[in-house]
Design a protein around this ligand. Structure first.
Ligand SMILES: NC(=O)c1ccc[n+]([C@@H]2O[C@H](COP(=O)([O-])OP(=O)(O)OC[C@H]3O[C@@H](n4cnc5c(N)ncnc54)[C@H](O)[C@@H]3O)[C@@H](O)[C@H]2O)c1
Length: 311
C-alpha cells in the first residue's frame, strides 16, 4: 500500500513510518521539519498551517491509498500558554480533509483521550466525547478535528477513522530540547541525579508503549483500506491506570537511582484521571497491547541509553 503520513518526523509518525516500511509499504513522510531519527524516509517538507491559511489541499508526490494525519502542536500545557496553536491544529487539518475529499482517500486522524475531559474518572464503557468537558485549548482542537472528520464522513462519505491516543511513550520521544515529555524527561533527570518536579501526585493515567500504539494504527490502516471499517472512533491505550508515583519509582529502580521528587499540583488544562476502555479496539482490530508499564519503561531506558541520550 501507499501511505502518506503527516507529522512523520514526530514520535508516533517516525515509529509508524519505520514500521510500515518494514512491512513493505511505500510511505510518503510529510512534516514541517526533517526527521532526526531515521534517514530511511521519503520526506516531503510541508507547512500545513500555511497551506490551511491559503485554503490549499496538500499535493502528494503520488496518490496514497490511505492518509494518516498526525501533525499537530501536541503538548497540552504549551497550548494553555499559546492557545493560538490550538487554532493552528484545526487549520492544519484542512489541507488533509480537502485532499481526502477531492481524491476519495480514506483518512486516519490522530485524536486524544483529552476529548473526554476530566469527568470520566473511571471509564468502564466507551463514552462519546462532549465539547462541554473541553479541558484545554489542545482538547478543544482535538474535539474540533474529530467533529470535522465526522462531518466530512456525513456530507462527502469520506471513509475515516479517529484514534484517541493516551500518553504514548518509548522510542523516538527523547528529543527534549524540542518537546519535553514526562517519561523521557524523568529518565534523563533521574539518571543524572537531578531533582524532578511532578505535577499531580494523584494523577492516574493510561500509558501506552509506542509499539502497542503502532500495532493498533497499522491494523486500523489495513481495515480502513480494505473497506472493512469506517467512521469509527477508537481508544488506543494499554487499558490500565498508573499513578505518576509508579512511573517515577519504576524509572528510579530501573536506573538504580533514588529519585528526588518535588510534588506539585496538576497544572491548568491537565487531565488527572483517565483509564481507557480498549474493548472496541480489540473487537474491531484484534488489538492486544503487550507491554505493561514496568516492561515499557525498562525498554525506554534501554533505548534512550542505546541512542546515546543517557551517559
Ligand atoms: N504522543 C502522545 O502521547 C499523544 C497522545 C494523544 C494524542 N497524540 C496526537 O498524536 C499525534 C502525534 O503525536 P506525537 O506525540 O508524535 O507528536 P510530535 O510533536 O512528536 O509530532 C507532531 C509532528 O507534527 C509536526 N507539525 C507541527 N506543525 C506542523 C505544520 N504546521 N506542518 C506540518 N507538520 C507540523 C511537528 O513538526 C511534529 O513532528 C498528534 O496529533 C498528537 O496530538 C499524541
Amino acid at each position: 500500500m501507499r501511505i502518506l503520513i503527516t507529522g512523520a518526523s514526530g514520535q508516533i509518525g517516525s515509529n509508524l513510518a519505520v514500521a510500515l516500511l518494514q512491512q513493505g509499504h511505500a510511505v510518503e513522510a510529510t512534516d514541517i521539519r526533517r526527521n532526526t531519527w531515521t534517514d530511511k524516509l521519503n520526506e516531503h517538507i510541508v507547512d500545513l498551517v500555511a497551506l490551511g491559511r491559503q485554503s490549499q489541499p496538500i499535493s502528494p508526490r503520488q496518490r496514497p491509498d490511505v492518509l494518516v494525519h498526525l501533525a499537530a502542536h501536541a503538548k497540552v500545557f504549551e497550548l494553555v500558554q499559546s492557545p493560538h496553536k490550538a487554532a493552528e491544529n484545526v487549520l492544519m487539518l484542512f489541507p488533509i480533509l480537502e485532499y481526502a475529499r477531492r481524491e476519495g482517500v480514506p483518512l486516519v486522524l490522530a485524536s486524544s483521550r483529552e476529548v473526554y475531559g476530566d469527568i470520566h474518572q473511571w471509564i468502564t464503557a466507551e463514552p462519546t466525547a462532549d465539547f462541554v468537558v473541553s479541558r484545554s485549548p489542545y482538547s478543544a482542537s482535538k474535539i474540533a478535528a474529530e467533529a470535522f472528520l465526522y462531518a466530512y464522513h456525513q456530507c462527502y462519505n469520506l471513509p475515516c477513522l479517529a484514534f484517541r491516543f493516551s500518553n504514548v511513550y518509548g522510542r523516538y520521544d527523547c528529543d527534549l530540547s524540542r518537546m519535553e515529555r514526562v517519561i523521557p524527561l524523568f529518565i534523563d533527570r533521574i539518571a543524572r541525579e537531578l531533582p524532578i518536579e511532578v505535577y499531580g501526585r494523584d494523577k492516574i493515567l493510561d500509558f501506552t508503549y509506542v509499539d502497542d500504539c503502532i500495532s493498533g494504527v497499522v491494523a486500523g490502516i489495513a481495515q480502513l483500506a480494505a473497506g472493512k471499517i469506517s467512521n469509527e472512533t477508537i481508544n488506543l491505550a494499554y487499558g490500565r491506570g498508573y499513578a505518576l508515583e509508579d512511573v517515577v519509582n519504576i524509572i528510579g529502580a530501573g536506573l538504580g537511582k533514588t529519585p528526588q521528587v518535588t510534588w506539585l499540583p496538576a497544572r491548568a488544562g491537565e487531565v488527572t484521571r483517565y483509564v481507557a476502555d480498549i474493548s472496541k479496539a480489540t473487537r474491531l482490530l484484534g488489538y492486544a497491547p503487550r507491554t505493561c508499564l514496568s516492561a515499557g519503561l525498562l525498554q525506554s531506558i534501554a533505548w534512550q541509553r542505546e541512542a546515546g541520550f543517557l551517559k
